[in-house]
Design a protein around this ligand. Structure first.
Ligand SMILES: [Zn+2]
Length: 479
């Protein structure tokens, strides 16, 4: 179709009653025929893309022919010069907005022209700048965030323009650009790798078995536990008293394996006393007794202290008293966010390895599924309590179960998008300075401490499966 033919078709559909109606919406009557946009879209479909025809239709000066031109033009062929010329021709808000939404926002010059026009004097050119920004925010959501951020000062600068045609498009752009920025910021937060610090308690070996606590067995267990962790920051919390049968040199042999593999060590007391039932003075003496072996292995005093059972003080006096003592001895408390019952699985696993290998395999598989659910729970709960993801601190124990599961555990964390960071790096997040007003006998995740402090209803992590808990109870009866 050629331009004269199209103009004839448009004139044939002219409707003066429509023109009067459009005028009430502030649409210019200059060269306006009163053809509904619906009819224009239908006509455009039969024409297809045609850059040359679009230019001819625009030059007719007819209102509807111009809107038709914005629909059929090819954005790839539109030049900056054409955009400037058309913008100067705008005499009605609907032509301006149609040009921006149908055509300009798809051209390669959209970002540049929006910025340029934002300070233009003519009312409709300035309007076009912000109609274009709004259009980009809707259609170009995958554009780099900086491009939208650059619009913010331009929007702010134009917000003093009281002219109606400008005022409305500035408000429109502000709404759309803010929305897309919020979206991009939250997407960026999700795209960030998650972070976790791995902390391993009850060195040299936790309470998962009474057997195999000799130097050779513990050395084998330790090597198996640490081999997959090479290159990954790890901190081990030591209970020297758990290995009295090794003697002081035996303990140092095991701790040296940790230090040589690149891990650091923290103090977890000597004999794992319970702060809920041990007088503070005795507890502090036990803590200092534990410090000596760790200092010897590290060649300096340890920086971190982990409470046995995560019991941090049953009342204000106990908690404050211990914290004061830890401060005097230059300790930093090692909190835990990803708390779990790995110790319960481990206690069922170790005897099963000898007595029932099929059961041991089942415990290992169940343990991985359970740990995956622990991660899922605390990730969600962290967002509820802190409002965002934070570097997590995982607590697991030096057990045969973890030695045998470490490659699979690491794979699970990587699958969930985790990068491994040191405890020190994790604790740099300001979340770890959140107020914690929990004074009580419970030993649980710091996420729960923060949620209680905020007065949020309590929400516990997933339970271990019933059959694991039952097997654990049965073992306790036997012992
Ligand atoms: Zn412990």
């Amino acid at each position: 179709m050629e331009a004269p033919e199209i103009l004839r078709a448009l004139r044939a559909e002219a409707n003066p009653a429509n023109v009067a109606g459009m005028a009430r919406y502030g649409i210019s009557t200059n060269g306006t025929l009163g053809v509904p946009v619906k009819s224009l879209r239908k006509l455009a479909k039969s024409i297809g893309r045609d850059h040359r025809l679009a230019l001819e239709l625009w030059d007719s000066g007819i209102h509807e022919a111009r809107i038709l031109a914005t629909i059929i033009d090819d954005p790839a062929l539109v030049t900056k010069r054409q955009m400037d010329r058309w913008a100067r021709d705008f005499d009605s808000w609907d032509v301006c907005d149609q040009a921006c939404q149908n055509l300009f926002r798809y051209t390669p010059h959209a970002w540049e022209m929006a910025a340029k026009w934002s300070a233009a004097r003519p009312e409709f050119v300035r309007r076009a700048a912000f109609a274009l920004m709004a259009g980009l925010a809707v259609k170009a959501k995958s554009a780099p965030r900086e491009r939208f951020e650059a619009f913010l000062p331009l929007i702010a600068a134009a917000s003093t323009d009281r002219r109606n045609m400008v005022k409305k498009s500035v408000a429109w752009a502000r709404r759309c650009v803010t929305q897309v920025l919020l979206l991009l910021i939250s997407l960026a937060a999700f795209a960030q790798p998650r972070k976790v610090a791995i902390t391993i308690d009850d060195l040299p070996r936790g309470g998962d078995s009474r057997d195999a606590r000799d130097l050779v067995s513990i050395r084998v267990l330790t090597s198996k536990l640490l081999d997959p962790l090479r290159g990954i920051p790890v901190i081990g919390f030591v209970n020297g008293g758990r290995a009295e049968q090794l003697g002081a040199p035996g303990l140092q042999t095991i701790l040296k394996l940790w230090v040589d593999s690149g891990a650091t060590l923290g103090n977890h007391t000597w004999s794992h006393p319970d702060l809920n039932t041990t007088p503070l003075a005795d507890y502090e003496a036990d803590l200092l007794r534990g410090e000596a072996a760790v200092s010897q292995a590290l060649g300096r005093p340890p920086l971190y202290f982990r409470h046995p059972f995560l019991h941090a003080g049953k009342d204000t006096a106990t908690r404050r008293g211990l914290e004061e003592f830890l401060g005097e001895h230059h300790y930093r408390i090692a909190p835990v966010t990803l708390d779990n019952s790995d110790w319960m699985f481990a206690a069922v696993y170790a005897p099963a390895l000898k007595a029932d290998p099929a059961l041991a395999a089942r415990v290992r598989e169940t343990y991985l599924v359970y740990m995956d659910s622990i991660f899922a729970f605390f990730e969600q709960r962290t967002r509820e309590v802190v409002g965002r993801d934070i570097p997590q601190v995982l607590l697991i124990h030096a057990s045969r179960l973890n030695a045998d599961s470490m490659p699979a555990l690491l794979a699970m964390m990587r699958r969930r998008g985790y990068q491994f960071v040191s405890l020190e790096d994790a604790l740099k997040d300001p979340a770890y300075s959140l107020p914690d007003n929990y004074y009580g006998t419970g030993g649980f995740s710091w996420i729960h401490r923060w949620s209680r402090t905020k007065g949020m209803p309590n929400k516990g992590e997933p339970d271990e499966p019933g059959w694991i808990a039952e097997a654990y109870r049965n073992l306790q009866k036997v012992q």
